[in-house]
Design a protein around this ligand. Sequence first.
Ligand code: G6P
Length: 466
Amino acid sequence: MAAGDQKWSFVVVANRLPVRRVWEGDTAQWVPSPGGLVSALRPVMSGNPDAVWAGWTGVPGPGTEPFEVDGFQCHPVSVSQGELQLFYEGFSNATLWPLFHDALVPPEYHRTWWDAYRTVNQRYAATVADLAAPGATVWIHDYHLLLVPGLLREARPDLRIGFFLHIPFPARELYIRLPWRAEIVDGLLGADLIGLQTQLSADNFCRAVNRITGAKTTGRVIQHNGRATQAGAFPIGIDTDRISRLAADPAVQARAAEIHQTLGSPRTVLLGVDRLDYTKGIEVRLRAFRELLAEGRLSVDDCVLVQIAEPSRSQVTGYAEVRREVEQMVGDVNGNFGVMGRPVVHYLHQSQPIEELVAMYLIADIMLVTPLRDGMNLVAKEYVASRPDNTGVLVLSEFTGAAQELRTAELINPHDIEGLKSAMEAAARRPPAEAGPAMRTMRRVVRSNTAQRWAERFLDRLEACE
Ligand code: G6P
């Protein structure tokens, strides 16, 4: 049998493949992507001769031949340069992303974007229909592929189809603004099981379905077009073992000590680690920090803020603006409060390897996770997993999925700047030993809900669907 004709009994499909291209001089190679989804699926995919992952390589143009990286069988789906603009930057990231994050920037509705979204979703569905063995299990991921469950169900009624939404599902009143709200709900209801990050998102989804289709929902089972679809909350976790191992690694610890020294060995290190995205509330924490310095409640003599902002979606509306705003504020705080040779905010607009991030988690006395809206936020969980001595304070926005689980974090409302300032000030004044009980509780939660357990729970439930 030619490799291209092989059929697979487990197919994962996501916008991106679990790999990224890394250049060394003139030669490029594929390496596994960091991130929750890849670690979650490694145990069920890597080295499994029956499993394949379909997705985009991240490089526009014709698809390449299937390949294998780190035990993951990868089946590329092509996305052209034009589709990149209309499907990825347009409908996925300038319509759905802002709409599903509470319309923090106004979502744009363009029929050309929708047409491209449908076309690309059809291509993904056709690819999977071709790859899947009779009766195979297919797991579709995230907002780029909302139509795939329905398209696939039409082509291959024999398949068991799961869908997981990694971002929030918005309140019904917001969702129904979408001109294609009915098509998208229909697409999703092609799945047997729809997983969401929180109970709130699952409720929002069921309410939207009910209003749009009139479908009967009992508990979270939706009856529509003669089929049943279940919806449920499946909060995603991290690869806790890997992060704990890194936190215990002498090389990472040595790097942590080195960074601390480079920062001037301050008494308090505050840290933010985010993709540079307007949902993350980076400017909110900078404003709070600036005001605390101006009011003398924190001092440049003993506090340093480190902000890592990973470059992201720079061509999409809203991203250049938030970058400008963040960088202006960094300049403003350093200009007004910095000392020669010793900035008070250290800002890197660069992505960092996980080893470097864990080194930073190790020296962060206060972790600032202040999104205005976030499906989960795995940085919060990584920080907790990097604190084996139970020290450190996690300042966490109530509007993240993580806040539903990490109940003993310092929960804040990022719209309430005075509340955020008080939490930051109190965290800076708290003796390290006092953080112990809260951190211990959070560590238990993070350890008991790992990425691998999340995948198992979802797949077990999917297998149990009638
Ligand atoms: C979020 C989404 C993911 C996405 C990631 C990075 O976490 O839920 O689906 O892959 O952001 O964004 P990008 O646009 O670079 O894929």
